[in-house]
Design a binder for this molecule. Structure first.
Ligand code: BES
Ligand code: MN
Ligand code: ZN
Length: 484
């Protein structure tokens, strides 16, 4: 979707929207339109939309009233909702251009950028594989014209647009099916997208990972004909030589469960078991596009988990890069096996000042938190608070879960240093305890279990059903608030 900034005289759009504050109908509204809005109980609530028609000269034009909600601390979220309501309504309406008059609504440039971010994000679709859509199903809306924007809007939009592009890239990666997106093609897609951004990319292949001793990650990958990769993405926008923040993502491009095979019902969802890696890849794009003044390294651990004659078996013992050994009780608890080697690698290679990993790690976190919060597990209160605040600010919410020695004991193994599953209960926590065993002393670390957040069965505030892009806005905001 294109965003153009115009003066009122330059816009010839025949659909024109205005932003309306709660119970504050402008005095200059067409009286028929105002009466219609009143009769329809339009009150200016965030995301409310009223459509009418008015005569302008010789033409009849569509007039849209968009509720922008109260100007409290939820202002940015309300404006995003208003923008999203506009695109949701006109995306496939047949209309190609919608003008929004933002003058007279007492908005700052930042406010308008929030509105546009909501509009842009809600308008994202991935119709690549649909070849038989009827005309009326196709996206028609290509452009939003912003009329009467206050000073600073274009600069604010340049920043917000970088975030939108990161979220969109993550959604694209998450949406692509596993026959298209596998470790090597994930890497290729990222490299192509990063061209000209200043991001520095390094790729570890199986040979190099073998040399590094990544027996846990490679054990997961050995049942697949798709070769594993680690993608390292660096953004050096901060002080030269300053320790980076590290983001690490689980990138299981398809999770069948391996020999501990999953039930067939819903297994297609496991194409998005790379949502953590997708969020990391999208975040790095956003940081680069907006020129973030921080050093950040992103690591994507990319494998496919398949059953096969060469697949690892329940009971196998593997040696991780850290030297610790793992008894693989359940080959479906593969995410932690991928992450542990990625975590050791990033700590040894980059000496980061803190590490945040993101993973669609457990079904149990969905049982706990449904699709409202991702689970947050951490060894550091300051880091937890920073991530939670960033999440609240942008709507990617986090809820902190407990950890401790009693849970840690649950993954002791009789034959190796640990096993890859705990008991029947507390499955998200024992998964986090497993990861913590790979964090070096003194390194602040947080693990975000995003299994409930990556994919939506119904449309939300700024997304349609499907890939949400969860995590990009969270991590971008976290960097902005704590590292720049
Ligand atoms: N990728 C899954 C977790 C998952 C489940 C993500 C549902 C999104 C939706 C993960 O690899 C997995 O299979 N976890 C197991 C762990 C168990 C074997 C200890 C699970 O949650 O059942
Ligand atoms: Mn699994
Ligand atoms: Zn998985």
């Amino acid at each position: 979707m294109q965003i153009h900034f115009l003066s009122p005289a330059q816009s010839s759009a025949t659909t024109r929207a205005r932003l309306i504050a709660p119970d504050a109908m402008p005095a200059d509204l067409d009286p028929v339109l105002a009466a219609g809005a009143k009769a329809s109980r339009f009150a200016g609530k965030a995301g409310q939309l009223f459509e009418g028609f008015v005569v302008r000269g010789d033409a009849t034009v569509r007039a849209v009233l968009l509720g922008m909600g109260a100007s409290g601390k939820e202002r940015a979220a309300s404006l995003e909702k208003a923008g999203a309501a506009l695109t949701a309504k006109y995306l496939t309406s047949g209309e190609t251009v919608v003008a929004v008059d933002v003058s007279g609504a007492d908005l700052t440039g930042e406010d308008v950028a929030s509105f546009l971010l909501g509009a842009r994000l809600r308008g994202w679709r991935w119709d690549t594989y649909r070849t038989t859509q009827k005309e009326e199903q196709k996206v028609s809306l290509t452009t939003i014209e912003v009329v009467g924007a206050p000073e600073g809007t274009e600069a604010a939009w340049a920043q917000a647009s970088a975030i939108a592009q990161g979220v969109e890239f993550t959604r694209e990666l998450v949406t692509e099916p596993a026959n298209i997106l596998y470790p090597e093609s994930f890497v290729a897609r990222a490299q192509a997208r990063y061209e000209g951004t200043g991001l520095v990319v390094r790729v570890l292949d199986v040979e190099e990972m073998t040399r590094l001793g990544m027996g846990a990650l490679l054990g997961v990958a050995q049942g697949s004909v798709r070769s594993a990769r680690i993608l390292v993405i660096q953004w050096n926008g901060g002080e030269a030589g300053a320790a980076p923040v590290a983001f690490v993502g689980k990138g299981v491009t398809f999770d069948t469960g391996g020999i501990s095979l999953k039930q067939p019902g819903g297994m297609e969802d496991m194409k998005w078991d790379m949502g953590g890696a997708g969020a990391v890849a999208g975040t790095m794009l956003s940081l680069a596009l907006r020129g973030a003044k921080a050093n950040v390294v992103g690591i994507c651990g990319l494998v496919e988990n398949m059953p096969d004659g060469n697949a690892q078996r329940p009971g196998d013992v593997v040696t991780s890069m850290s030297g610790q050994t793992i008894e693989v009780i359940n080959t479906d608890a593969e995410g932690r096996l991928v992450l542990c080697d990625a975590l050791t690698f990033v700590q040894r290679e980059f000496k980061p000042r803190l590490v945040v990993d993101l993973a669609t790690l457990t079904g149990a976190i969905i049982a706990s938190l449904a699709h409202e919060y991702a689970g947050l597990f951490s060894n550091d209160d300051t880091l937890s608070a920073g991530l939670t605040a960033a999440g609240n600010a942008v709507g990617d919410r986090l809820w902190r879960m407990p950890m401790g020695p009693a849970y840690d004991k649950m993954i002791d193994s009789p034959i190796a240093d640990m096993k890859n599953i705990g008991g029947k209960f507390g499955g998200s926590i024992t998964a986090a305890q497993f990861l913590e065993r790979f964090i070096e002393k003194g390194t602040p670390w947080a693990h975000l279990d995003i299994a409930g957040m990556v994919w939506a069965d119904k449309a939300g505030a700024t997304w349609d059903k499907g890939a949400t892009g969860y995590g990009v806005r969270l991590l971008d905001r976290f960097i902005r608030d704590t590292a720049e």
